[in-house]
Design a protein around this ligand. Structure first.
Ligand code: ADP
Length: 255
């Protein structure tokens, strides 16, 4: 059986094709049109894998652009898709932290991966992937380089909670001669503190799972682990958790 999950995020669009137990996927920038990004990424993955639209039994959409897609059989919230996908990848439930392009989420799951409770910050860019993109641009580096640059560095204090003010703070730190790598470490620590401040309302956790595009940044992962006081599990395809969850929900549709 082949099913598809399409996660149209604010920054990137992720598509998973679940071909029995095999996971095929593609990530592309969302750009200005969520609809085009979803449809084009889906078609590109079908072409790459050598499938036709008629081979796909059902499609579930998630992410902020899911409603615009038109081709999906059902829309499922990001909370449920992320939990479902993450639990499929690492099992046993736990506290899931997802940091994407424009929001961060903390999702408490039981051992079967069912959502018990969740909290979400989608009101402000601070502490999200977009925040890291703004800071990376101010420092003249790519967002994918941040993790390596900050690893093992001493974090500088970043006091501003707002993306715009934090960017100004970074620029004045640079002007004072601060090392770029220590600034990035400080930014990562503030991201980790902010998300853990939201997640810790669910109490101490022995099992923290980290997904979303930002989970690819291993320095954020390490600093989150320091805040949480326990190891943080990052699935290999952490950015794909939502799309994978959607493809798993698609398996359950009666068509
Ligand atoms: P959304 O679903 O909202 O589009 P994602 O979960 O795809 O968000 O995450 C996007 C964010 O992931 C980007 O804003 C960026 O900060 C971060 N990111 C993307 N690629 C990388 C990478 N290679 N290394 C580190 N961080 C990355």
């Amino acid at each position: 059986m082949i099913t598809a999950g399409i996660d149209v995020g604010s920054v990137s669009t992720k598509v998973v094709l679940l071909i029995d137990a095999e996971i095929k996927y593609l990530v592309r920038p969302t750009g200005w049109s969520p609809r085009d990004a979803g449809l084009n990424t889906y078609q590109e993955l079908l072409n790459t894998v050598g499938c036709k639209t008629g081979d796909v039994r059902s499609i579930v959409g998630t992410g902020y652009g899911r409603i615009s897609l038109g081709i999906i059989d059902k829309a499922v919230t990001e909370i449920h898709c992320h939990a479902r996908g993450a639990n499929y990848l690492v099992g046993q439930g736990g506290l899931l932290i997802d940091i994407g392009g424009q929001d961060s989420k903390a999702i408490l799951m039981n051992e079967q991966g069912k959502v018990i409770d969740f909290a979400m910050n989608d009101k402000c860019a601070a502490g999200t992937g977009r925040f890291l993109q703004v800071i990376a641009a101010a420092l003249g580096v790519d967002v994918s380089e941040l993790g390596e640059l900050a690893e093992g560095r001493s974090p500088l204090d970043i006091n501003s909670m707002c993306t715009v003010f934090a960017e100004s703070e970074v620029i004045s730190l640079l002007a004072k001669g601060a090392d770029k790598r220590d600034i990035i470490a400080g930014i990562h620590r503030s991201v980790a503190r902010r998300v853990w401040g939201m997640a810790s309302r669910f109490g101490p956790s022995q099992r923290v799972i980290f997904t979303g595009g930002v989970a690819q940044n291993h320095d954020v992962r390490n600093r989150l682990s320091q805040e949480a006081g326990c190891p943080v599990i990052v699935p290999e395809i952490s950015q794909l958790a939502g799309a994978l969850g959607a493809a798993l929900y698609a398996r359950e549709l009666n068509k």
